[in-house]
Structures are given as C-alpha cells and as structure tokens.
Design a protein around this ligand. Structure first.
Ligand code: ATP
Ligand code: MG
Length: 217
C-alpha cells in the first residue's frame, strides 16, 4: 500500500463497464498508487455516444456491477453522475461536474486505457479538457505507445505535459471478450471479480436471445 497519498488529487475512471473487469481495476489501482491519489471515482457511463454498435446493458446493472467490483477497495468510489444525467455522456461535462464539486484547488486525473486516450485527444474541446484535468493513460496489449507520442506534437503546448503514461501488467481482458464468452458459454472466471461473475449469472446478462439480441436478464 502506498502511504503517501496526497489529499487534493482525485482520479476519475470512466467507462462503460459492461461488465467491469480486472483490467479496469488493476489500472485504477496502479494509477492511484503511482500518482498518490486520494481516491479513484469510477463513473459508469450513461448512454455512451461512441458505443452504438451493440445494445449497451441497462445502466443500473452496470452500476451495480461496478459497486460490487470496487467494494473491497477503500480508495475506490462509484459515482452515478453520468447515469443520472439525461442524454449522452461527455467526459468534458463529467470533469466539469467534479470540478464544481471538489473546487478549484483539487487536481483531477482522468484515467483511461491508452487506446481510449487517442480517441479523447481527437475531441473538439480537448484544450478545455486538458486545462481541467490531467490524464493517466495505461498501456494495454496491442497498443503501441509511439502512436500517442506521434500525436503529442499536435496537442496544445500547455497541455502536452498533462498526459502521463503508466504501464500496467499486460491484461488482455476486455468487456467485449467477456460478453462473447458468456454468449458462447466459455468461462469468465478469474477475468473479473467473483461477485460480478455471480451477478452476471443470476441476472442472465449477455446471454443471446433467439433473435440474436442480448438479453438483459
Ligand atoms: P469494450 O470491450 O466494450 O470496449 P472495455 O474492456 O474496453 O470494453 P470500457 O468500459 O470500454 O472497457 O473501458 C473503460 C476504460 O478502461 C477505458 O479507458 C479503457 O481503455 C480502459 N480499459 C479497458 N480494458 C482495459 C485493460 N485490460 N487494461 C487497461 N485499461 C483497460
Ligand atoms: Mg473499450
């Protein structure tokens, strides 16, 4: 455990968490430890604007799974802010909401996988975002850091140093793969916390219906 936590540094881990898995948890914990964060707040998305290609599971289920997965870590919290917001969720609004809640002094760190950061950096309000929060991007398998390094010169000069890279143990876990596994009756044990696995089973999440659409349970 890192005892050098610095009050005033808060991590935000956004995601669809459909379902949450050890890749998310390991990344959040690595960021917390390396940046001496006071806490990490997990923010399950409402209706994500970029995930329209499959029916995202009901937000309440994703929220419950996130609660179950984070319960044993006293530094982890879960926020309903995106779930309770109307319409699509945008990171810039979420960050602004935490800024209002915690005040001007707090340092916000938005934690993402390195693949997600590249997407974020193409958004139109990236300048504003980089003023409001710093980024911690975790490498995940199959991602080449030089792609990020190549895009760095295109960033606003004052924002460039506000993106930090960390390495997490190579976890080739993704929610897409877990959903595929459930649908195809393959094991998901050890890819995510047992309580989440049990929740998925008891609600019948990710099982196919005859018409090929995912069942909500
Ligand atoms: P999907 O396969 O549906 O895209 P996902 O596994 O990527 O799901 P998300 O909820 O989309 O999960 O991810 C939330 C955040 O966690 C993103 O910033 C993503 O880059 C990061 N992330 C996801 N899986 C991992 C992993 N195995 N290691 C590190 N970061 C991860
Ligand atoms: Mg993803």
């Amino acid at each position: 455990m890192n005892f050098v936590t610095r009050p005033g540094r808060v991590g935000i881990m956004g995601g669809t968490f459909d379902p949450i898995h050890y890749g998310h948890l390991v990344t959040a914990e690595a960021a917390r430890w390396e940046f001496a964060l006071e806490k990490v707040i997990f923010v399950p998305s409402g209706r994500p604007p970029h995930k329209k290609d499959y029916p995202v599971t009901d937000a309440e289920y994703r929220y419950q799974m996130t609660l179950l997965a984070t319960a044993s870590n006293p530094y982890f919290e879960v926020s309903r802010c995106e779930i309770d917001r109307e319409g699509f969720s945008y990171t810039v609004e979420t960050v602004a909401e935490f800024r209002r809640e915690y005040g001007p002094e707090v340092q916000l760190y938005f934690i993402t996988g390195a693949d997600a950061i590249l997407e974020i950096l193409t958004w139109k309000d990236v300048d504003r975002l980089l003023r409001e929060c710093q980024f911690i991007a975790a490498t995940r398998p199959g991602f080449h850091l030089n792609r990020l390094e190549e895009s760095r010169p295109q960033l606003p000069v004052e924002g460039r140093h506000r993106i930090h890279l960390i390495e997490v143990p190579a976890l080739a876990i993704s929610s897409t793969d877990i959903r595929w596994r459930v649908k195809n009756k393959k094991p998901i044990k050890y890819l995510l916390p047992e309580a989440v696995e049990e929740y998925i089973r008891s609600r019948g999440l990710y099982r196919p219906r005859l018409d090929g659409v995912y069942e909500k349970g």
